[in-house]
Ligand binder design. Sequence first.
Ligand code: AMP
Length: 335
Amino acid sequence: MRPTGKLHLGHYTGALESWVEQQNLTNEAGERVYETCFLIADYHNLTTSLETGEIYANTLDMLIDWLSAGVDPEKSPVFRQSQVKEHAELFLLFSMLITSSRLERNPTLKDQIRDLNMESLTYGHLGYPVLQAADILLYKGNVVPVGEDQLPHVEITREIARRFNNLYQHPVSGDVFPEPAPKITKFARLPGLDGKAKMSKSLGNTILLSDSPEEILKKMRSAVTDTRKVRKNDPGHPEVCTVYSYHEKFAPTDQLLTIEAECRAGSLGCVDCKKLCTANIAAELAPLIEKRVYYEARIDQVKEILLAGEEKARAIARATMHEVRAAMKLGETNN
Ligand code: AMP
């Protein structure tokens, strides 16, 4: 995740919740199924903004959201891209393995250019997925739990891994990289309050994980619903309603069925429906907010967690780069 500050519900439903699930997944013998690593993509921030003044504060804010949602630094190292220099090194090597026309066809890039009204594109922004491939493959990631917008990037990562393995083999272990698979949640593209396809900080249509129930209700009042439901008793169409898409995630099943039936029948008005939705979201976020208060009062502990994660990440990244250089016969040849 890029350190853009406090996280919103889309980050949570599309990625963070799934991260914690994979982190805590155990088999019948009680052993963890995955080793998990979580990256703070601070270099990636520079693809769309060269303002760096807030980047450290935003990093800590985001990390507090991660810890509050259940990321356990004992199980999962958390670290910044910029503090593990191997990310830059592998990015450079990978940039030789993909054509610029392939990167220009990336649909996520096209969406970003449209959403941010960008007139021109930097070389670094075009290479966004190449850096992401380095982020994933340095740790030999097999599974990448991401939101829908990241699927094209995981596909490019697979292509780069395949190309590397075809060109270069490690003298002992053969293939250096796995071909990672994306892991998508049911809510891999949470819409924004304005009804736009994606909740996103840059579109200003978010509910934050740290928002109080009052703030959520205030934002929810502005949420776009079914435009054909003008009066309270008009029948509604949940399938086109943003608020209903939040209900699908946050309402208990029984309540969801009632909401759907009453909306269609015209007996549930949008104001009451939004209040219900606010209550359910606030209930889900309450434990996160409680932990946020804990970590905000212990910011030195948060900083130490990051430094410790970076030590662990460096050791893994260094080992992978030894293999890469051996396979490519760069420097450490013939061993
Ligand atoms: P980013 O802002 O690109 O750093 O996003 C971090 C993670 O959150 C990625 O896996 C995204 O796919 C995911 N994400 C961001 N916004 C949303 C959204 N509105 N719905 C679902 N997932 C999202």
